[in-house]
Design a protein around this ligand. Structure first.
Ligand code: SF4
Length: 247
């Protein structure tokens, strides 16, 4: 993303800072292969996609939020200190967003990743390849390409980038990445399956998570898709924070 695009999505951020919407923990990781692991979360601001069901619109939606207020810039040292306060005992630090890899070229990102304790995980929408430093430092990438209802607001060429998916497929084969697709119904599971086949993503590194922002909706979607998820040999992802009614 260039400077002009960043400006359109909420203003510039000093090179020595990152926009932070929230830092919280310790909490159980709610989704994907590390479900239940004790984690601390850093949620960074800005995104290059505009998914209608997004539950993190405070990180990017300038039509509803003033991002200078919802995601104030903080130094890497400040972020690491906050992780120490909120994530005491957490074995993993999850950097989420928004799209956190938008920031991987900044000095603040380099400093933050260097100083964070424990295993660092990144949650990404799969449109930006990790650079050499990021790939070397990060223990796990949770890659979530947007399909179906999640992808309804963005053109395919913006949300599905074959070269980037190929990079993450290689990391998945090395056990350093897992793909997580959010699906509302059987048609969306099939869309995910086509993408997995087209991009040679290892099936055992794919998690399908039902779409739903409350327990009832999530459970209904889950019952609708679980058989089809299994028929493809994919994994079924929990959404533990909904099930437990915790953050
Ligand atoms: S990619 Fe993630 S953070 Fe960005 S709009 Fe979509 S769901 Fe929200």
């Amino acid at each position: 993303m260039n400077g002009a695009e960043l400006l359109q999505t909420g203003g510039t951020v000093p090179e020595d800072r990152l926009p932070v919407q929230e830092i919280f923990g310790p909490v159980p990781q709610g989704e994907g292969p590390y479900t239940g692991r004790c984690a601390c979360f850093i949620r960074l601001g800005r995104c290059n996609l505009h998914c209608p069901p997004c539950d993190s619109k405070r990180t990017w939606d300038t039509t509803r939020y003033d991002l200078a207020q919802t995601c104030p810039p903080r130094t890497a040292d400040d972020i690491v200190e906050a992780v120490g306060e909120h994530g005491a005992g957490a074995g993993i630090v999850v950097v989420s967003g928004g799209e956190p890899l938008l920031w991987q070229r900044t000095a603040a990102w380099h400093r933050m990743l260097t100083a964070l304790p424990g295993d660092v995980h990144i949650e990404t929408n799969g449109t930006i390849s990790p650079n050499q430093f990021t790939a070397g430092r990060v223990a796990h990438f949770s890659v979530s390409p947007k399909i179906g209802r999640m992808g309804a607001a963005d053109p395919v060429k913006r949300r599905i980038r074959p070269a980037v998916l190929a990079d993450f497929a290689v990391l998945a084969g090395q056990g350093k990445a897992g793909f997580k697709f959010v699906a509302a119904d059987a048609a969306e599971v099939e869309e995910a399956a086509r993408l997995v086949g087209d991009h040679r993503i290892p099936h055992d590194r794919v998690w399908i998570m039902p779409l739903g922002d409350d327990r009832a909706a999530w459970t209904t979607a889950g019952r609708n898709i679980v058989e089809q998820v299994m028929s493809h040999g994919f994994n079924f992802s929990a959404r533990l924070h909904l099930t437990l009614g915790v953050r």
